[in-house]
Design a protein around this ligand. Structure first.
Ligand code: VGL
Ligand code: ZN
Length: 242
């Protein structure tokens, strides 16, 4: 076929689809098709971070339908759970005279102190009941060392103890991660930045996250993520079907 014939056929099929002219949806930015070398990481969509839980994130439950829908676009899905011991070092109640949302200095640096949350094996630490990710392949639990917190799904807060996730993803040939879940400014941000540190391309799907936003922590987290080459996108940028 000559180019001109091609063009006519193209215009005819555009017309058949009811698309008027060349400025319409045909030329909208192409959506991302994640493919076999990409993984969706669903961070901490647990009861503890949702209304009725021990450390509720405003609007936390709203990420659930967004993530369920996104998941259909991914061949590879990893889920994380914040999974603390009782008396964990990140709990204010562990430190005498300390209140939640203050900070203390621990051996590895500054640590925000939280209400007791996501204790191993409790209903509070369970994944949200409406999260439907039957094809997810790995659940990684973090923050299980009593004396060390772990916002990141890759590396604990001492910045040297690996969780094993980087090795898992590399062995499976994954090059790109799309991070979603709770909370944008803590576990999501640290996970996305550590993904960059370990050589992955990293996206945060903003409308599939919600933030704690403690003293400007959300704006700060986006700045730090941007500086590390984390890309900020919306769920509509992913081709997840109609
Ligand atoms: C998280 C605070 C404490 C999170 C976990 O999942 O973002 N935040 N533990
Ligand atoms: Zn925690």
């Amino acid at each position: 076929m000559h180019n001109i014939t091609h063009r006519r056929a193209f215009l005819q099929s555009a017309a058949a689809l009811g698309l008027a002219g060349l400025s319409g949806p045909l030329f909208a930015a192409a959506k991302i098709k994640p493919g076999s070398k990409a993984a969706l990481i669903v961070v901490d969509v647990q009861n503890c971070f949702i209304d009725g839980g021990t450390l509720p994130v405003k609007g936390g439950a709203e990420v659930v339908p967004v993530i369920n829908k996104l998941s259909t676009a991914f061949e590879n899905i990893v889920v994380t759970q914040d999974w603390h011991t009782q008396g964990h070092a990140s709990f204010a109640s562990t430190h005498s005279g300390q209140k939640p949302f203050s900070s203390v200095k621990l051996s590895y640096g500054s640590q925000v102190l939280w209400p007791d949350h996501c204790v191993q094996g409790t209903d509070d630490a369970a994944l949200h009941k409406d999260l439907k990710l039957p094809s997810a392949q790995l659940i990684i639990r973090k923050g299980h060392h009593k004396d060390v917190d772990s916002y990141s799904a890759f590396e604990e807060a001492d910045r040297k103890t690996p969780t094993g996730l980087a090795g898992y993803l590399k062995q499976r040939g994954i090059k790109t991660v799309y991070v979603t879940g709770l909370a944008t400014d803590f576990c999501v941000a640290w996970t996305a930045m550590d993904a960059r540190k370990h050589g992955f391309e990293a996206y945060v799907i903003e409308d599939a996250t919600r933030a704690i936003d403690l003293d400007g922590s959300l704006a700060k987290a986006w700045k730090q993520m941007q500086a590390k080459g984390v890309k900020r996108i919306q769920s509509g940028d992913i081709d997840a079907g109609a």
